[in-house]
Design a binder for this molecule. Sequence first.
Ligand SMILES: Nc1ncnc2c1ncn2[C@@H]1O[C@H](COP(=O)(O)OP(=O)(O)O)[C@@H](O)[C@H]1O
Ligand SMILES: [Mg+2]
Length: 337
Amino acid sequence: MKIAIHNGKRFNIEWRNYCHSNGIAYKLVNCYSNSIIHDLSDCDALMWHFEQENPRDVLFAKQLLYSVQSSGKRVFPDFNTVWHFDDKVGQKYLLESIGAPLVPSYVFYTREEAIKWLEGATFPLVNKLRTGSASIHVKKVSTRAMALRIINKSFKRGFRAFKRKKYLLEQIRRYRAGIEGFECVLKGMRDFIFVPRSLRGLPTQKGYVYFQEFIPDNDHDIRLIIIGDRAFGIKRLVRHNDFRASGSGILRFGKELFPEGLIKTAFDISDRLKTQCIAMDFLHKEGKPLLVEISFGFPYKKFSEECPGYWDRYLNWHEGKFNPYGWMVENVIKINR
Ligand SMILES: Nc1ncnc2c1ncn2[C@@H]1O[C@H](COP(=O)(O)OP(=O)(O)O)[C@@H](O)[C@H]1O
Ligand SMILES: [Mg+2]
């Protein structure tokens, strides 16, 4: 068994270190190379942690991974794990189809249908783009007039995938809250003035509009990450005077923060979706969990380094540091997943 690992950052580095320290045969490859398929000929598997905000990756990462999977090799992330990544509209259909507890979500592909639905809608609502992270494209819609403006924009000009002003304000917030150093403000200012060419390449979002019911009284969301037969969790508090937790940077860790029933639900969803790795973000309404989003990736390092331990499938708690990137490699080596 020899694993090809993309020679890149984030999880890619951890996979490579894990293989190196554990005597697992691996080869570094460049997934951007025209000869990538040929380069994989002496390997049994390909692992690539691609980036959702890199337009080059968005262009072809999934297509490459699915092609390699079709040839019979193992890949990470595989089709079941990643086809819905950074695609909230896709996730709506998927989670509805397996009867998962998704926040009630509505999508329309014409202005007329959206406006007709709006007549019977109750407020507040939440509007999102199908792509994006760190809450950047998530807003509360309190009035019909605001919903109408969003609908009109969705079917005319559309929404830019990179919002430089929001991004700068968010970087200032992170600095002020003591979450990051002043470099993050400098980066926000630089990207405000010279929007990186890579980010300019992300497609404008238009031709659809997506709303969700607003789930009130949640001062946090709960992220549970399932990798094979193991789970770990992070509680993310909302920003000051805001309803959005994702990207707030205000995190809490600890076994007691996560009810066992929720961990069971998360294992059950992961089993039904047959995913190799899935982060599930839950809100609560009247004590019942509701999913807002799923994704195969999670912020590199930060989460797992601060978690005091993990659960196995039988909900036994294992105290101590752990290496979720190593679990991913081990699961690729195993036949069944
Ligand atoms: N329908 C909703 N009702 C209330 N709060 C929500 C709802 N959807 C999302 N949120 C809050 O907004 C945050 C960001 O939403 P999410 O859909 O995960 O977007 P992103 O992909 O940017 O993380 C969540 O972490 C949650 O705290
Ligand atoms: Mg999210």
